[in-house]
Design a protein. Structure first.
Length: 106
């Protein structure tokens, strides 16, 4: 029986028969974690899992996969695409002026 006022008890239970679809995969775990964070921020439940079946023998080998409910897949892909468009350049030094060497002492 659900306890009144208890958010955990009031939360809907996941449907174990719900179809999950892959919306993202990456060889880089940090990249997959960032994408999962984007989806979490957008309120989209997702599951980050290893793409490798031999994960126990070789941790991190084979990349990562993000799965979402089939009904959330289109929105998840949109969020991921928007995140890629707004991602900063890899060159973080572009916003800073060049460092000049001091003049030689005479």
């Amino acid at each position: 029986m659900a306890e009144p006022g208890n958010p955990a008890a009031d939360a809907p239970r996941p449907n174990p028969n719900e179809k999950l679809v892959k919306v993202f995969d990456s060889e880089q775990e940090p990249e997959a974690l960032v994408v999962k964070g984007l989806l979490d921020s957008a309120g989209i439940d997702s599951d980050l899992t290893s793409a490798s079946l031999v994960q126990d023998a070789f941790p991190g080998l084979g990349g990562m996969v993000i799965l979402v409910r089939e009904g959330d897949a289109e929105e998840a892909r949109r969020v991921i695409a928007e995140g890629r468009q707004s991602a900063p350049d890899d060159d973080v030094t572009a916003d800073y002026p060049a460092i000049e060497e001091p003049p030689p002492k005479a």
